[in-house]
Design a protein around this ligand. Structure first.
Ligand code: ZN
Length: 328
């Protein structure tokens, strides 16, 4: 039996299937060791995704359909969550991350990783070095997303950068931005999360304590909330940039008057380079462990899902049976 945390269009529950997921040619079957619950999982479920949830994982490759040229079987891996067709015009132009027929693990068109086993193309996988334990490796996806924001910036003359949002993505993004030649601050709503910035020596302010002076060169919206873009448009200077990492529909769009009159550039910023994230984790340059709020066994995934939605929670990790067996 394969247990999976599934959204059926109405509710989220553990479901059992008699057969394990079947890999297509080139796909690996992966047994997760540790899983992370993200706000994106919840947003996907509330915006039409149905199926097995989850996209943050570190796991072990069990098998690969059609051979194992990369010698991945038995290795501990993380992986890029987007799959591509390899045939469309965008794939041909080297933009396979934006493939016209792409699927996203547990978010769009493809069952996710909150399952005893799941599949992903072997070419998406990155081997995790021994120096990176499971608690760190499980953050590879969200850290890669934070890295992507930094990759999209050209830093000139020590710019003012504000990261909006004190969830895991915001707290990782601000740690990465703080390494750039820039004046960086985080704006959030939760004093205990802002306290982490204090520990890291990064400037931070409460959302209620800031002026809206339109003086920031760059604002990175990591709020996950439609209101984030509105606040970002109030903080960014004329001809400044907003990097938008909030994925789901922006019901409360900002006044387009501000965007047009101030000639603001809004740049979408999506997922990032998993292998670079693993390199960063190998060097222990980013604190991810402080973001772990709770650990729950995968068998109790339903309660983990509920816990992850509580206010003030950062990352809820699920520990899988295979991990416990290995540790024993
Ligand atoms: Zn394609």
């Amino acid at each position: 039996m394969t247990q999976s945390l599934t959204f059926d269009g109405n509710s989220v529950s553990m479901t059992a299937r008699r057969t394990a997921p079947t890999p297509r040619p080139g796909e690996a079957v992966i047994q997760p060791l540790r899983l992370g619950i993200s706000r994106l999982d919840r947003d996907a479920a509330s915006h039409g995704f149905e199926g097995v949830l989850g996209h943050e994982f570190v796991g072990v490759v069990q098998s690969i359909h059609g051979g194992d040229p990369g010698k991945l079987i038995g290795k501990r891996v993380v992986g890029a969550i987007n799959t591509c067709c390899g045939e469309c015009d965008l794939c041909a132009r080297g933009m396979s991350v934006h493939c016209r027929r792409r699927t996203l693990l547990g978010l769009d068109g493809r069952d996710g990783c909150f399952s005893d086993t799941f599949t992903l193309p072997a070419s998406n996988l990155v081997v995790v070095p021994n120096a990176v334990d499971n608690d760190h490796a499980v953050f590879a996806h969200v850290l890669a997303s934070a890295l992507q924001a930094a990759r999209q910036l050209t830093i000139e003359g020590k710019p003012y950068i504000t990261v909006l949002g004190d969830g895991p993505l915001g707290l990782l993004t601000v740690q990465i931005m703080a390494k750039l030649n820039a004046s960086v601050r985080l704006i959030g709503k939760h004093s205990e999360k802002l306290g982490l910035c204090e520990k890291w020596g990064i400037k931070h302010r409460h959302l209620d304590d800031i002026g809206r002076r339109a003086d920031q060169d760059v604002v990175v919206d990591c709020t996950g909330s439609p209101a984030g873009l509105v606040v970002a448009s109030q903080l960014v200077r004329p001809r400044g940039k907003i990097l938008l990492k909030t994925m789901y529909p922006h019901e409360a769009a900002p006044s387009l008057l501000t965007i047009v009159r101030n000639e603001i550039e809004i740049i979408g910023s999506s997922f990032g380079p998993i292998s670079e994230a693993i390199t960063l984790l190998t060097h222990r340059e980013i604190d991810v462990v402080s973001l772990i709020s709770r650990r729950v066994r995968f068998g109790d995934a339903e309660s983990a899902w509920q816990a992850a939605a509580s206010p003030g929670m950062l990352k809820v990790l699920m520990e899988c049976r295979s991990d416990a067996a290995k540790a024993a």
